[in-house]
Ligand binder design. Sequence first.
Ligand code: FAD
Length: 465
Amino acid sequence: MKVAIVGAGISGLSSAHYLKKLCLEGGVPLELVLFESSTHPGGVLDTVKKEGMVLELGPDSFITSKPWALDLAKELGLGDSLLGVGYGRGKNTFVYYGGKLLPLPEGFFLMAPSKLLPFLRSGLFSAGAKLRVLFEPLVPQGSGGDESIRSFVERRFGREIFEKAAQPLLGGIYMADPDKLSLSATMPQFLEMERRSGSVLWDLLRNPPTSRGESGARYGLFLTPAEGMSVIVERLCRSAEFARQDYKTPVLSLKKSEKGWVLGSDRGEEEFDAVILSVGAGAAGLLLSDVDPQLGTSLSGVRYVSSAVVTLVFDEKDFRGLPECLGIIIPSAEGMNLVACSLYSRKFPGKSGRGKVVIRCFLGGELNPDAVLWDEEEIKTVLREELARIFGFDNHPAEIYIRRYKMSMPRFALGHKEEISGVMHRLSRHSGLALCGAAYFGVGIPDCVHSGDLAARKVYADMVR
Ligand SMILES: Cc1cc2nc3c(=O)[nH]c(=O)nc-3n(C[C@H](O)[C@H](O)[C@H](O)COP(=O)(O)OP(=O)(O)OC[C@H]3O[C@@H](n4cnc5c(N)ncnc54)[C@H](O)[C@@H]3O)c2cc1C
């Protein structure tokens, strides 16, 4: 069968890999053709190698609590080259609040403590906020319908916990406004805790998700390939054995034909038995608007947010006083442009070269969309001023890399899960057509890999039926 993969991000390339595997196992001949609008594969994955450094300018790692990215890395022969986070230091997060850097207490997990003593001792939260958290078990359960992250956190833990911790932590992961983010589509485990135990606090205290020394994210669960995230892309391109890889070739139209599907691009029209669209929901919606207007409308309704990642490389000798943490979050109430900083050389010392301090700074997002449009000089000026405030001195990086990720992160609005289950149901009417990508089941790399696997299975099942 002849199949088109449209979009060469991690999702599309994973779908190609899994489809190839299914066809090999089933003895079905496969001709795979890749269409990608940019000049290279990988989508938002972007590794730069220089002078012993392996810098990630986009995503820097993947979580292993969802198995799909780890399983894929192992299948691609990368199992032995995966590095964990940090080398024995505290894997904690600091919050820049009220002009000070304060540690998020050990065991604090995204929106609530999983260890009481460090939380009660913490200088970050007021006595009132601590008391409010202790009373959380008395808060009645929600209605069971979808709820925004902000509403859930404020309802269960109060406003201060939201403002100082949940907003910058969860807003930072999704670069979105937690007032508009669906809890069921992003952090369903907290809804489950409320349902299961009647109290998120009780549930977390009984089953602490963080390990010793951790706060904020579960850093111990993240892995990164020593060769760089882009090695996953290289291996996927190799394993898919594409018959053709057409770069600088955006797909502009999609029609049903007698045999299957006709794709249109600047190179003309071409017929395929099946098509996997891995192009972002908006672009998929446009391509499908004639084929199935209802599908087109649902897909076009998924909103995206933009962000900028600025990677700063300092010589270690010029940089003193780095706080003992892996990341810094900045609540939006601080009125700064920086959303978060990741201390990359602490997180992945094996990838940052000798004698270097590497800091990744995150700007923009839904609460500050203009930052992505700033020119290089504006970004540098703002960063210099804000980093001086946070770190207490004014340093010049030896190198600076700016990457703008425009409309690259889907923002899961209230009702997203139901909307997407409707999309997948409707898609089952279209034989030989599948969708995959960050817009559907989760934005993280494991979810994207899994969505590629599911898309491959749908197309394969449609074709061999
Ligand atoms: C800055 C940033 C940091 C992140 N950090 C992490 C992290 O550390 N860990 C983690 O797990 N996740 C992270 N994520 C999330 C995760 O990396 C992404 O959700 C995931 O990589 C998206 O992959 P994708 O293939 O779905 O989409 P993309 O990577 O966006 O790929 C889509 C591809 O489709 C192409 N395309 C679009 N339209 C067309 C068309 N008409 N024809 C042909 N091609 C087209 C695009 O050029 C692009 O290459 C991060 C995301 C961002 C933006």
